[in-house]
Design a protein around this ligand. Structure first.
Ligand SMILES: N[C@@H](CCC(=O)N[C@@H](CS)C(=O)NCC(=O)O)C(=O)O
Length: 211
């Protein structure tokens, strides 16, 4: 019997959704064990034993535990059959890695900041207008750099979808729910990518159930 795949996390998490999109792209069966970090469950001893920094996702594959979305996504891409989500050529692979790093380091904090301002301000420490404007500007800067990286290609790192697209799409989903979507997304070339990303089966199949 093949080793089972278990993801610890919750479907509203953008990072968890990236991992779920990889699994959906590969057509892999897995179970999602709920850990709602918004309800403080990430810092319960049971979860800290899985992830010392109290974050989701965590992957368990037949007893092998992996944390950090980039590492999980690359591991799944390596071990699961199906079309690779990592470019075979070094040039596009570097573009993908740069994009994933930009999304992780600068995109997530700013764009989730924009979403939190509208959707869950209490969890983000209240509404701070100055910080919000800074997050909008930062989000636009991040998307501008990613569009530049994409160049003439349809996807961020080339002619096919890669992990970079699967990193960005779940975060754009939340910005898209807010009144700031128009100004954050009003960048030349963004809509073409966003339309493609929203059309992915793996995107549609992992829509979070927001209460
Ligand atoms: N660097 C981590 C970031 C994961 C992350 O920030 N996950 C969020 C949910 S989208 C989380 O667990 N937040 C809980 C917290 O910060 O306490 C990764 O790549 O997996």
């Amino acid at each position: 019997m093949p080793d089972t795949l278990t993801v610890y996390g919750f479907d509203a998490s953008t990072y968890v959704r990236t991992v779920r999109m990889v699994l959906a792209e590969k057509g892999a069966a897995y179970s999602l064990v709920p850990v709602n970090v918004m309800a403080g469950e990430g810092h319960q001893p049971e979860h800290l034993a899985r992830h010392p920094f109290g974050k989701v996702p965590v992957l368990d594959h037949g007893g092998l535990r992996i944390i950090e979305t980039g590492a999980i996504a690359r591991y799944l891409n390596d071990v699961l059959p199906g079309r690779s989500l990592v470019p075979g050529n070094p040039r596009d692979r570097a573009r993908m890695d740069v994009a994933m790093s930009i999304v992780d380091a600068y995109g997530y904090p700013a764009m989730i900041g924009v979403a939190a301002y509208h959707l869950f301000p209490d969890l983000a420490g209240g509404k701070n207008a100055a910080m919000h404007e800074a997050n909008v500007e930062r989000s636009r800067q991040v998307l501008t750099e990613l569009i530049k990286l994409r160049g003439v290609d349809p996807w961020i790192a080339g002619s096919e979808r890669t992990l970079a697209d699967l990193f960005l799409a779940p975060i754009c989903f939340y910005v898209g729910l807010t009144d700031d979507a128009a100004r954050v997304f009003a960048l030349p070339g963004f809509t073409e990518w966003w339309d493609l990303a929203q059309g992915l089966q793996s995107y549609k199949a992992t829509m979070p159930h927001l209460g």
